[in-house]
Design a protein around this ligand. Structure first.
Ligand SMILES: *[C@@H]1O[C@H](CO)[C@@H](O)[C@H](O)[C@H]1NC(C)=O
Ligand SMILES: *[C@@H]1O[C@H](CO)[C@@H](O)[C@H](O)[C@H]1NC(C)=O
Ligand SMILES: *[C@@H]1O[C@H](CO)[C@@H](O)[C@H](O)[C@H]1NC(C)=O
Ligand SMILES: *[C@@H]1O[C@H](CO)[C@@H](O)[C@H](O)[C@H]1NC(C)=O
Ligand SMILES: *[C@@H]1O[C@H](CO)[C@@H](O)[C@H](O)[C@H]1NC(C)=O
Ligand SMILES: *[C@@H]1O[C@H](CO)[C@@H](O)[C@H](O)[C@H]1NC(C)=O
Length: 348
C-alpha cells in the first residue's frame, strides 16, 4: 500500500514538471493508460515481494525450533539455507535458541597455520570450532561414521573444549584434506551442500616453509624435545626456540617436483569442493593483513572483533638459518617458479 502511494506521487510530480496547460487532455489520453500499466506492474511487484518474504520466513524456519519465537529475524535471500536453529538433544539452547547458527569447516593441510587460525576464531565469543576431530581414525573409517560425527557437531551435540557459555553463532571443525575428506569428497560435498555448511580453506603460500615445519614436527614426534613431550604448537618463545634448534635437511633433488605435487594437490582439492560455498585464506595474509580476519568473520556472519591467539610461531628466523643444506636448496629453487619461497615474505 505504502509503496504504491509513494510511486504514484512520483509519477504525478513527473507530469507537473511538464507544465502541460492547454495540451492537458492529449497528455492525459497518452499517459493515463501508461499510468495504469505502471500501477499494475507495481502492484504485482508488491505482491510478489510479499510472497518472497513469506517464503523466506518459511525457509528459515525449516530448521528452526522455536518457530513462533524467532520470527523477528530476517536474512537476505542468499543467506537462507545457511542459517540454522539446531536443537541439541542433550540440552536446551534457552536464551540462545533464537541465535541463528552458521555451519563451517576449516579445511587445510598439516603445518599450514590452521591450528593458529582456529585458536584465533575460537577467541571470538560466538565462534566454536571443535578442532581436528577426524584425527581419530575410527571417526573417519567410512562415510557413515563421518556423517554421524558431522551430524553431532552441527547439532551442537559434540562436546570439546571449544564449547562456549556464550551464544554460538558459528560452529565448525578443522579438517585436514588427508583425513578422509578427499577420499570421500563426493559424499561430503553433497552433505555440505545439503546441510548448508561453508568451507574456509587455509593454505600456506610458502610451501618451502611448510616443508621445514613438517620435517621439524616429524623430528619432534620422535625426539620429544620439550622435556619428553611432543608438541606441534607452543605457547612460549622459549619452547619455540627449543623446537627451532633442529635444522631440517631437505632433499634438493626432488624438491621442485614435491612442490609441484603439493600445488596440484591443493588445486585438485579446490576443484573437487568447488560446489561448497567457500573462502580461501592464506596463512601469510592472515599474518600481514588484519582485514583478512574481518573478512572471515563477515563470511561467518558474526560480529567483527579483534581476535587473538596464545600460540607462538616456532620458526621465526629467515629460512637460510633454518635449513641445514641451505646452499643446495637455494640452487635447486633459484630461477624456478618457486624462487620467491627463498625470500622472507613477512616479518613477525
Ligand atoms: C563404519 O565405521 C564404524 C566405526 O569404525 C563401524 O562401527 C561401522 O561398522 C562401519 N560401517 C560400515 C558400513 O562399514
Ligand atoms: C554472541 O554471544 C553473546 C553472549 O552470549 C550474545 O549476547 C550475542 O547475541 C551473540 N551474538 C550473536 C551474533 O550471536
Ligand atoms: C622442562 O621442565 C623443567 C622443570 O619442570 C622446566 O623448568 C623447564 O622449563 C622445562 N623445559 C622446557 C623446554 O619445557
Ligand atoms: C633424494 O630424492 C631422490 C629422488 O627422489 C632420491 O633418489 C634420493 O635417494 C634422495 N636422497 C636422499 C638423501 O634421501
Ligand atoms: C588486505 O586484504 C584485503 C582483503 O581482505 C584486500 O582487499 C587488501 O588489498 C589487502 N591489503 C594488502 C595491503 O594486501
Ligand atoms: C640465481 O639465478 C640467477 C639467474 O636466474 C643467477 O644470475 C644468480 O647468480 C643465481 N644466484 C646465485 C647465488 O647463484
Amino acid at each position: 500500500m505504502l509503496i504504491r502511494k509513494g510511486a504514484g506521487k512520483r509519477l504525478i510530480s513527473g507530469s507537473l514538471v511538464m507544465k502541460p496547460q492547454k495540451k492537458l487532455p492529449i497528455v492525459l489520453k497518452v499517459f493515463v493508460p501508461f499510468f495504469l500499466l505502471i500501477s499494475g506492474i507495481l502492484m504485482f511487484l508488491v505482491c510478489f515481494e510479499q510472497i518472497r518474504i513469506d517464503k523466506k520466513l518459511r525457509l528459515v524456519s525449516i530448521s528452526s525450533a522455536p518457530r513462533s519465537l524467532c520470527q523477528g529475524y530476517q536474512f537476505s535471500k542468499s543467506e537462507t539455507g545457511y542459517v540454522h536453529y539446531p536443537q541439541p538433544s542433550n540440552y536446551k539452547r534457552e536464551e540462545c535458541a533464537c541465535t541463528p547458527v552458521r555451519y563451517f569447516a576449516i579445511i587445510s593441510m598439516q603445518r599450514s597455520g590452521s591450528g593458529w587460525f582456529e585458536t584465533l576464531l575460537n577467541s571470538h565469543e560466538n565462534i566454536s570450532s571443535n578442532g581436528e576431530i577426524f584425527q581419530i581414525f575410527e571417526r573417519r573409517s567410512n562415510i557413515s561414521a563421518i556423517k554421524r560425527i558431522l551430524d553431532r557437531v552441527y547439532n551442537l551435540d559434540f562436546y570439546t573444549s571449544a564449547a562456549k557459555n556464550e551464544c554460538t553463532a558459528a560452529v565448525g571443525i578443522k579438517w585436514m584434506l588427508n583425513q578422509g575428506l578427499l577420499d570421500n569428497y563426493d559424499d561430503i560435498v553433497e552433505y555440505f551442500v545439503r546441510r548448508g555448511i561453508s568451507a574456509i580453506f587455509i593454505f600456506r603460500r610458502n610451501l618451502l616453509r611448510r616443508m621445514v615445519s613438517q620435517i621439524a614436527n616429524d623430528f619432534d614426534r620422535d625426539f620429544k624435545q620439550l622435556n619428553g613431550t611432543h608438541k606441534s604448537h607452543v605457547h612460549t618463545i622459549q619452547e619455540a626456540e627449543v623446537l627451532a634448534r633442529f635444522k631440517p635437511t631437505i632433499n634438493a633433488t626432488n624438491l621442485v617436483s614435491k612442490l609441484d605435487w603439493t600445488n596440484e594437490y591443493i588445486a585438485a582439492a579446490l576443484q573437487k569442493m568447488k560446489r561448497v560455498p567457500h573462502l580461501v585464506v592464506y596463512y601469510e595474509d592472515v599474518i600481514k593483513n588484519s582485514s583478512v580476519l574481518l573478512d572471515v568473520q563477515h563470511f561467518l556472519g558474526v560480529p567483527q572483533k579483534v581476535l587473538f591467539s596464545k600460540q607462538i610461531k616456532i620458526h621465526r628466523k629467515p629460512l637460510r638459518d633454518q635449513i641445514e643444506n641451505w646452499d643446495e636448496v637455494y640452487h635447486a629453487l633459484n630461477g624456478t617458479r618457486y624462487e620467491s619461497f627463498l625470500y622472507d615474505d613477512y616479518k613477525i
